[in-house]
Design a protein around this ligand. Structure first.
Ligand code: UDP
Length: 403
């Protein structure tokens, strides 16, 4: 694990000193994070790195994961899709399944935090255990145009929290509690993002039978329809008519996402027997993901909806030119034609891919600008600071902090 002082060469000593000063103000407080999966997806990715750093800052931090059966996660996946604007049939039984699992978790889990930090809709109902402590709801999903029925159901719980946190201004909505805008982050020292020797990158390519003889376009994502893997293949197939290239679609599942295998099958079918499409079903292996990103000529993230899109930040941090959909938190990371290219369709993605593949100097500049933008805005040190400022603000009345 990266120790705090190891971040100094990247972000400067002042940033780390600020973190220590803020943590000092919160001394004695306990923060409890709760989410629905220990591995897979962006939330687990961030908590894995953040919890030890908070502990190193002497801010007592723990992380608990709710338990749920297949039925529960099928329902929460439907909620997830509906919040993202997809039409889903959700009935009374689904809400009953959701509440039953929530009640089980309310009874089984210890709620010891002075601040309880609940991530996403799956554990949202636990707020019924709120006593005189502070509860925060952290929404990582794109709720710009949510399904009204699901949103109103969630709203009854959201209203009981002390504060809500969203990743992008467009996700904020009329709720009766304070709202904060805090973007997610990546950890430059994690296995996912650290520098890798060339031979490690080559070994990973060999393992997956990927040759370096033609440009590599890559999308790293869970196999989820909202990540549009089929759309990525369509864009690649168009590009391929003009530029000899290959496509890597790599991803694993998350324990709270039951649709992965189905979407993986759909993607395989779309790819047919094109030997230049590498569809890799990977277990959680950060070094391998890192290597694939670093080996790529261009990274694509053609999501239809996206909370933030950590994969975009990861790619930009590696100085890669990125083509990504202008959805959710992605435009916070990519300023069009400056730190990457935004797209709105398969055709747009095709055009942008061709442009980057045909102009290596332009692509290099996009990657360099992207890296600088991530360094200034989306590294974990900024995230730690924002979270501590948020915690302090919960104890503010007027100008006075009551800790
Ligand atoms: N990821 C991974 N293995 C995979 C697929 C994704 O480690 O097979 C990581 C990816 O590198 C990123 C996170 O999972 O760190 C996904 O976060 P993102 O915000 O892009 O999407 P989410 O899955 O949360 O919708």
């Amino acid at each position: 694990m990266g120790r705090l002082k190891e971040y100094i060469p990247i972000v400067g000593r002042g940033v780390i000193d600020d973190l220590r000063a803020l943590a000092e103000r919160l001394k004695g407080k306990t923060v409890q994070h709760i989410n629905s999966t220990a591995v897979g997806g962006g939330v687990a990715e961030i908590l894995t790195r953040m919890v030890p750093l908070f502990q190193e800052l002497n801010l007592n931090t723990r992380w608990d994961v709710i338990k749920g059966g297949d039925k529960f996660f099928e329902v929460t996946k439907k909620f997830h899709n509906a919040l993202h604007g997809r039409s889903e049939e959700i009935n009374e039984d689904d809400f009953a399944v959701f509440m039953e699992t929530s009640i089980n978790n309310m009874n089984e889990m210890q709620y010891s935090g002075d601040i309880v930090y609940v991530h996403d809709p799956q554990p949202i109902a636990l707020v019924q255990k709120k006593s005189d402590n502070k509860w925060i709801w952290r929404c990582h999903v794109d709720v710009s145009v949510p399904d009204r029925v699901v949103w109103e159901f969630l709203y009854s719980f959201i209203a009981r929290y002390d504060a809500a946190v969203f990743s992008s201004p467009e996700f904020s909505s009329k709720i009766p509690i304070r709202q904060f805008l805090i973007s997610p982050s990546i950890d430059p020292l994690s296995d996912k993002n650290k520098e890798l020797p060339e031979d490690v990158i080559n070994m990973v390519l060999e393992k997956y039978h990927i040759k370096k003889d033609k440009p590599i376009i890559t999308q790293i994502s869970r196999f989820d329809r909202l990540k549009d893997p089929v759309g990525v293949i369509e864009a690649y197939q168009e590009v391929k008519k003009y530029i000899d290239c290959q496509l890597v679609l790599a991803g694993g599942g998350a324990t709270d996402d039951p649709e992965g295998i189905k979407v993986y099958e759909e993607t395989k079918e779309k790819a047919g027997n094109d030997k230049n499409i590498h569809i890799l079903l990977m277990s959680q292996n950060d070094i391998e993901i890192n290597a694939l990103q670093r080996a790529s000529t261009v990274i694509i993230q053609k999501s239809l909806k996206e909370g933030f899109g950590l994969t975009v930040a990861e790619a930009l941090w590696k100085g890669k030119p990125v083509v990504a959909s202008a959805v959710g938190g992605i435009p916070l990371q990519i300023k069009h034609k400056y730190s990457g290219l935004l797209c709105h369709s398969v055709e747009g993605a095709t055009f942008a891919l061709k442009q980057l593949l045909n102009s290596p100097a332009y692509a290099k500049k996009m990657g360099e600008n992207g890296k600088e933008h991530i360094k200034n805005n989306f590294l974990i040190t900024r995230h730690l600071k924002d979270y501590m400022l948020l915690f302090l603000s919960l104890y503010c009345k007027g100008d006075v902090v009551y800790l």
